[in-house]
Write a protein that binds this ligand. Structure first.
Ligand code: V47
Length: 360
């Protein structure tokens, strides 16, 4: 083991918290295998070979979005623009109804910031899905959407969340975090909620008893320091609330967006990012590799670099497929189990809140 890693690995062994400087040094470490082994030891200390997945479906009810994030291939600025769509509540519920009889446990809803919809649309969306499938957990609306609702409909974060909870909201997904550091955030997504606002939404959600996830969009224009800074801001909020369940590093895809001239992150950079995430975020239980964005071989490899979760069966994924992901739009339960087994791990089906549904 290289000497730089030896020093940090001693800290990890004695459960000493890693600093910004340690994180940056981990990114600079050339010995990817040794870094992976360090993250894997931590992963195995927590979960052994267990590898979590769930059965879910995605609903993206509208892609009309006022924000102009330069990495996004999904959004259309205005209703009526080419490719813009907004589902009627009944249509969105129909996507869930079509899965009647299937044992999915979660619906994941993320939308654009659509200026043409009334507040009631979202409440009706949740209550109609709940009425259709009361057994399914609804994980919906990123902190960016919650902030937008608060501003647009003139409510506090707490009021927005309480009304959504009363209509059926079960937890928040982790999207919209991108990169917190103001230099990168200004370039990536200047006109949506800033880091403090994103974190405040999750702080309030956790106080109200909701669990949530957190993400980081990596591999576009951010520096390594900015990645580690992002992780530390999440770690600090987690110290305060304990409400995050899983961290999901989201690998940048470059097709059909304004960053198409950039190269996508290499496999090595991707694996390194998972490993550093596992080591920096000592207080967040899970690190998830979203197979849709990674491709299946890299998703399997990630399980040796600190990852213990590969998300779900996922139906009708749009955000990454519009950005050039070449993975299938869904994987069946059998295929996910096979994927995990082939990588030498033990698949465990979980629900959104990490209760075990079945050891496969
Ligand atoms: O916030 C958009 C990212 C996020 C691109 O909580 C892109 O369980 C890469 O947050 N290249 C939405 N990334 C998806 C998301 C998510 C996914 C799966 C599970 C969970 C969870 C959350 O996707 C956005 C943005 O960060 N994104 N465009 C792109 N071109």
């Amino acid at each position: 083991m290289t000497s730089e890693l030896a020093e940090i690995s001693e800290k990890v062994a004695s459960r000493e918290r890693l600093t910004l400087d340690d994180g940056v040094r981990l990114f600079a470490c050339r010995d990817l295998a040794a870094l992976g082994a360090l993250a894997n030891a931590d992963r195995e200390r927590r979960f052994g070979d267990l590898t979590f997945f769930n059965r879910n479906t995605h609903v993206n009810a509208t892609n009309v979005c006022e924000a102009s994030c330069i990495f996004c291939s999904f959004a259309r600025l205005k209703t009526g623009d080419q490719g813009a769509y907004t589902m009627a509540v009944e249509e969105a519920v129909g996507r869930v109804r079509a899965l009647r009889g299937e044992l999915i446990t979660e619906v994941h809803i993320v939308n654009g910031l659509n200026p043409d919809l009334p507040w009631n649309y979202y409440l009706e969306l949740l209550s109609a899905i709940r009425a259709e499938r009361p057994d399914i957990h609804i994980k919906a609306f990123t902190a960016v959407e919650i902030h937008y609702f608060a501003e647009k409909y003139g409510m506090s974060y707490e009021r927005v969340l309480r009304e959504l909870m009363a209509a059926g909201l079960g937890s928040l997904p982790g999207g919209g975090a991108e990169i917190f550091h103001p230099r990168a955030r200004k370039k990536l997504c200047d006109d949506k909620v800033d880091a403090d606002g994103w974190l405040e939404v999750h702080r309030v959600a956790h106080r109200l008893g909701l669990r949530s996830n957190c993400t980081m969009l990596f591999g576009s224009i951010e520096t390594v320091e900015e990645r580690v800074d992002h992780m530390i801001r999440l770690r600090e909020l987690q110290d305060e609330t304990g409400g995050f369940q899983t961290f999901i590093p989201l690998r940048f895809h470059h097709e059909n967006n304004r960053l198409r001239k950039l190269r996508e992150p290499t496999a090595a950079d991707t694996l390194r990012t998972y490993a550093v995430s596992r080591l920096m975020l000592d207080n967040i239980d899970h690190v998830k590799a979203y197979w849709v964005m990674l491709g299946l071989p890299l998703a399997q490899l990630s399980l040796d670099f600190g990852v213990d979760d590969i998300d779900g069966t996922v139906r009708e994924e749009r955000i990454y497929h519009m950005a050039g992901a070449h993975t299938p739009q869904e994987l069946g339960r059998r295929a996910i189990i096979e994927l995990i087994r082939e990588a030498g791990r033990v698949p465990v089906e979980r629900d959104t809140l990490y209760n075990i549904v079945a050891e496969a």
